[in-house]
Unconditional design. Structure first.
Length: 170
């Protein structure tokens, strides 16, 4: 396995976080925001992003996986649930990367079902070429081509999350 090829540098990631945070600060002003990071991949992006947000934030995490059940409907499996009740809250879901879009689509449906006042989706990286759903993230860091990437929280079989930059797996 070769992870020597850098796709996105640490400096580019830092600039991306600044830009996304500025957009969120502009849109929400001083409205309180519930920030929900999707474990495990988004733990680093969430930690970087929330430190740039200026409104009061309530931070929580959930761990989910999605799969296609019979009748090809998506099923969301919640492995670790939230501790907060999102009823009536403005929620921002923070994810590492959007691929097919299934995970974020189902997380949004679940949070709206629980009574969140609003749900917006934020992803550090986006691979639109791989999309099988109509999901469009409200905030997107960097659009990338169809390559498997690791680093900045993203893994291959649990490894490489600690890289400071984004590498292509070959
Ligand atoms: P989706 O539901 O297909 O959009 O899947 C998103 C999830 O797939 C992410 O949370 C990642 O865990 C994983 N994933 C998709 N592409 C990559 C990648 O290039 N590197 C690491 N994980 C990825
Ligand atoms: Mg993930």
């Amino acid at each position: 396995m070769d992870t020597s090829s850098v796709m996105i540098t640490k400096q580019q990631i830092d600039e991306m976080v600044d830009r996304v945070a500025a957009d969120i600060n502009r849109d929400y002003g001083d409205r309180e925001l519930a920030v929900i990071g999707i474990l495990t991949g988004a733990f680093i992006f969430t930690a970087d992003l929330v430190r740039k947000l200026k409104m009061p934030v309530n931070i929580d995490f959930m761990q989910v996986s999605s799969y296609i059940g019979t009748e090809s409907t998506g099923i969301l499996k919640i492995r670790k649930d939230l501790t907060i009740d999102v009823t009536g809250l403005d929620v921002l879901v923070v994810e590492d990367i959007v691929d097919t879009g299934r995970t974020l689509k189902m997380v949004r449906e679940e949070l709206l079902r629980r009574g969140a006042k609003s749900v917006k989706l934020c992803a550090a990286f986006d691979k639109p070429d791989r999309r099988t759903t109509d999901l469009v993230p409200d905030y997107c860091g960097i659009v990338i081509p169809d390559e498997f990437i690791v680093g900045y929280g993203l893994d291959l079989d649990g490894q490489f999350r600690n890289y400071e930059d984004i590498r292509i797996v070959r």
